[in-house]
Design a protein around this ligand. Structure first.
Ligand SMILES: O=C(O)CCc1c2[nH]c(c1CC(=O)O)Cc1[nH]c(c(CC(=O)O)c1CCC(=O)O)Cc1[nH]c(c(CC(=O)O)c1CCC(=O)O)Cc1[nH]c(c(CC(=O)O)c1CCC(=O)O)C2
Length: 370
C-alpha cells in the first residue's frame, strides 16, 4: 500500500475509531470466564469464515486472498458471513485474516499459491538472512488494515457477538518463515533450533515484539499450530518463554487501558503442555481432537477449556454428530467450557452439517444447564 493510500485509509476510518462501539448483546464467553450462570455452552468455530461457505467462494472468485485480508470492507463482509448464516447459534466471530500477515509486516513476501497455500518465495534460510527483516516494524503502519477491519466489523456486528483477533505464535511463524510453506517434518526450521539456538531466539523475539502490539480484539487467540512438532524440551525452551511474554504484556497493556481481554492459546498437538499452560495467564486453552475431554479437564481443572471435536465428525450424519457432541460435553462438563472444533473447518465441509453441530451443542448443553 502506498503512503497516500495509507493516509486515505486512516482518514476514512477515523470517524469509526472515534465512535463508541455498540454494547454487546451476547456475553456468554465472558460469563463462562467469570464463572457466571449461563443457559447454554457458548460456541465458535476456527475458520468459521472461509471456503466451505458458498457465499465466501463467490466473493473470493474476484479477489485474491490477501486482498480480502487487506481490504477492511471485504474482510468485514467475510467475517460476518457465518454470523448472518447461523444467527444465534454462534457466540463469537473471528476477524477474517491469516497468521501470515505478521511475517509480511516483517518484510517477507508471502503469496497464497492456489493448491499449495501460503508460500514465501525467499524464505529465511541462514542466520545472515535475519538482516533482511524490517528492523523496527511499525505495526500501525504495516498492519493498520487489520485494526481498521476489526473496528469496522465491531461496528457492523452491532453487538450481536464479540470479535476475536488472532495471531500465529512465534514458533509457528518462525517455522513458516524458514520452511517457506507448510511442511511434513518442519526439519529446516527444527534444524535451526539445534544448530542456531541463539539466532532462533533472536528471530522468536523479533516475531514476539511484532505480535504484542498487533494483538487486538474483544477476545484474542494465539495459534501455536506447529507446536506439536516439538519435543517437550524444545517446547519449554523455544515456545513457552515467548507465549508467556505475549500473554503477560497483552494483559498488562490492555488492563492499563481499563479492559480485561480474555486470551486463548492453541498449542496444537502439545498434550504434554496442558498442565504447564494451565499455570499461565491464558484464560482459555484450546484443545485438539486427539486429547480426551475428561482427562484434559482433570489436568486443567481451573481453566476454561475450548474444543475439540475432530473436524471430520462434520462428515458424519446428524445423529452421529449429536451423539459425539453428547460425549464431548459429558467429558468437558458444561462449566468452564467453550465449544469449538479441535481444528478449523475444511473446505469440503457441508455448511448444513456445521449447523447440526452447533444445534447439538445448544440442545445438549442447555438441557444439562436447566
Ligand atoms: O474464520 C475466520 O474469519 C478466520 C479464518 C482463518 C484463516 N487463517 C487462519 C484463521 C483463523 C482460524 O483458524 O480461525 C489462521 C491460520 N492460517 C494458517 C494457520 C496455520 C496452519 O494451518 O497450520 C492458521 C492457524 C490456525 C490453524 O492451525 O489452522 C496457515 C494457512 N493459511 C492458509 C493455508 C492454506 C489452506 O489451504 O488452508 C494455511 C496452511 C498452510 C500449510 O501449513 O500448509 C490460507 C487460508 N487462511 C484462511 C483461509 C480461508 C479458509 O480457511 O477457507 C485460507 C484459504 C485461502 C483461500 O481462500 O484459498 C483464513
Amino acid at each position: 500500500m502506498s503512503p497516500p493510500e495509507k493516509k486515505a485509509r486512516t482518514e476514512k476510518y477515523k470517524a469509526l475509531y472515534d465512535k463508541d462501539f455498540p454494547p454487546l448483546k451476547n456475553k456468554l464467553i465472558f460469563q463462562v470466564i467469570k464463572g457466571e450462570k449461563i443457559h447454554k455452552v457458548p460456541v465458535w468455530i476456527m475458520r468459521q469464515a472461509g471456503r466451505y461457505l458458498p457465499e465466501y467462494r463467490k466473493g473470493r472468485a474476484n479477489n485474491e486472498f490477501f486482498k480480502v485480508c487487506q481490504t477492511p470492507e471485504l474482510a468485514c463482509e467475510v467475517t460476518l458471513q457465518p454470523i448472518d448464516r447461523y444467527g444465534d447459534l454462534l457466540d463469537a466471530s473471528i476477524i477474517f485474516s491469516d497468521i501470515m500477515v505478521v511475517p509480511q509486516a516483517m518484510g517477507l513476501v508471502c503469496e497464497m499459491v492456489p493448491g499449495k497455500g501460503p508460500t514465501f518465495p525467499e524464505p529465511i534460510r541462514k542466520p545472515e538472512d535475519l538482516k533482511r527483516l524490517t528492523d523496527k516494524v511499525n505495526v500501525d503502519d504495516s498492519l493498520g488494515y487489520v485494526f481498521d477491519a476489526i473496528t469496522l466489523t465491531r461496528q457492523k456486528l452491532d453487538g450481536r457477538v464479540p470479535l476475536f483477533g488472532f495471531s500465529g505464535g512465534p514458533w509457528t511463524l518462525m517455522a513458516y518463515m524458514i520452511e517457506g510453506s507448510g511442511s511434513k517434518t518442519y526439519s529446516k526450521a527444527k534444524a535451526w533450533l539445534y544448530n542456531h539456538p541463539k539466532d532462533s531466539k533472536v528471530l522468536l523475539q523479533k516475531i514476539t515484539d511484532v505480535i504484542i502490539p498487533y494483538l487486538v480484539g474483544q477476545l484474542i487467540q494465539l495459534f501455536e499450530s506447529n507446536s506439536g512438532e516439538l519435543s517437550p524440551q524444545c517446547f519449554t525452551e523455544f515456545v513457552m518463554p515467548y507465549i508467556i511474554q505475549i500473554v503477560d504484556k497483552v494483559k498488562e497493556k490492555t488492563e492499563a487501558l481499563g479492559y480485561n481481554i480474555p486470551v486463548s492459546i492453541f498449542a496444537r498437538g502439545s498434550h504434554y503442555a496442558i498442565e504447564e499452560l494451565s499455570k499461565t495467564k491464558f484464560d482459555i486453552i484450546q484443545v485438539d481432537w486427539t486429547m480426551d475431554p475428561k482427562k484434559t479437564r482433570e489436568t486443567a481443572k481451573a481453566k476454561v477449556l475450548q474444543g475439540n471435536a475432530d473436524p471430520s465428525l462434520l462428515y458424519g450424519s446428524k445423529e452421529t454428530i449429536y451423539q459425539n457432541v453428547e460425549k464431548m460435553i459429558e467429558g468437558f462438563g458444561v462449566k468452564k467450557y467453550i465449544a469449538n472444533l479441535g481444528h478449523g473447518m475444511y473446505p469440503d465441509h457441508d455448511p448444513e452439517h456445521l449447523k447440526y453441530y452447533l444445534e447439538a451443542i445448544r440442545d445438549v448443553s442447555s438441557k444439562k444447564l436447566k
